[in-house]
Ligand binder design. Structure first.
Ligand code: EPU
Length: 343
């Protein structure tokens, strides 16, 4: 098939620009994928035979601890469109390789609001369902309608509706059973026409108050961008993968005991009665904010974010992460689970 010829495989490919920690690792083989067909062709190519495969979007949720001895599929599928519109909602589809932030910005330009709270999240559209990205009071699970993917084992095209994606807090089918088996090719969102501002999250409410602007989707987008810029490091300046740990969820009794010992512990009640703890607070309280082991450091303004000050390796970051986990476990009896994929 002639498309095979258009696939270009590169050997010993540098991944530094393809992971937001900026780790200087290499892939045995890499291939840029622009269409769903190319996912199939690339995985069936003789050069890929027997190699493990890694689908890589913006590399904003991965920690490479060593070179990748396999085939990296660099997601470059492009395109976004209005699929349909009815009295209640717009359905918008974007290809997996589109930049998430640029996509959100575009939906607002088109007057299709709903994703504004998720401005400035690094990475691609295709990565968004994998960890059910969420920030400032909104998760994409609220608006996700359909995920199209290629089954890398069979080469078949598959569709997942929202239920099949099994989206949970920083979790999905694609992060568990479907891991590395399905390459997401596009995501479709349902954006209801009955728009309501989502502006309760403390940092966001404060920023919007300070701006005293009308609560439009664009005003929320701008405020989210400002809050994120103030707290979170720009990966282009200081390598990082956003929050390094998930916020741990504990039962109500455990939270009560914790609060008796630490009256200002930060926790958010969940619908099921459990409590989500702010891992950033736990880490901060253990005195880790701004501290470093070698060139791997805890961010000065957000203790949940680990950064590469330059020249750190994935193993350095894991060493730091383990020291933090041990301290938090020892002081609070709470286990912290890393959020990004560790390779
Ligand atoms: N806190 C501290 N010290 C710190 C950091 C946080 O005391 O160093 C306290 C804050 O004062 C606040 C609470 O912890 O009371 C929560 O902090 P923040 O609002 O910054 O949010 P977060 O729980 O640390 C989560 C997400 C972020 C998302 C923000 C906003 C996770 C793992 N992280 O962070 O997502 O942007 O809420 O919604 O759920 C990401 O996943 O990469 C990410 C950045």
């Amino acid at each position: 098939m002639h498309l095979t010829d258009s696939l270009h495989f590169a050997s010993d490919y540098p991944l530094r620009a393809h992971n937001t920690f900026g780790f200087d690792v290499r892939a045995r083989l890499a291939c840029r994928v622009e269409t769903a067909e190319q996912f199939v062709l690339a995985t069936r190519d003789a050069r890929a035979a027997g190699l493990s495969k890694l689908v890589l979007g913006g590399g904003s949720n991965v920690v490479f601890t060593r070179d990748f001895d396999g085939l990296v599929l660099l997601v470059a599928l492009a395109g976004k469109r209005l699929v349909s519109e009815d009295a209640e909602a717009w359905h918008i589809e974007a290809a997996a390789g589109e930049s998430w932030h640029a996509f959100v910005d575009w939906t607002l330009d088109m007057n299709w609001p709903g994703l504004e709270n998720l401005a400035l999240i690094p990475g691609t559209v295709g990565a968004a369902p994998i960890q059910n990205i969420g920030a400032y009071g909104l998760e994409i699970s609220e608006h996700l309608a359909l995920v199209r993917a290629v089954d890398l084992a069979s080469g078949e095209r598959v569709e997942f509706d929202a239920a099949a994606c099994q989206l949970g807090y920083r979790d999905s089918f694609f992060k568990r059973e479907g891991r590395q088996r399905f390459a997401i090719t596009s995501v479709t969102f349902r954006l209801p026409k009955a728009w309501r501002p989502r502006a309760d999250y403390a940092d966001l409410a404060r920023e919007l108050d300070a701006r005293a602007a009308a609560l439009t989707p664009r005003a929320i987008f701008d405020a989210v961008v400002a809050v994120r810029r103030a707290k979170l490091p720009d990966p282009l300046v200081l390598g990082n993968a956003g929050s390094f740990f998930k916020n741990p969820i504990v039962d109500a009794a455990t939270f009560q005991i914790l609060r008796e010992r630490e009256p200002d512990v930060v926790g958010y009640a969940q619908a099921d009665g459990r409590v989500k703890l702010a891992a950033g607070w736990l880490i901060d309280r253990c005195g880790w904010k701004g501290r470093a082991i070698g060139q791997a450091a805890v961010h000065e303004r957000q203790a949940l974010v680990l950064v590469n000050r330059g020249g750190a390796t994935g193993s350095d970051v894991l060493t730091l992460a383990r020291a933090i986990q041990a301290d938090v476990q020892h002081r609070f009896g709470v286990a912290l689970e890393p959020e990004p994929l560790i390779r």
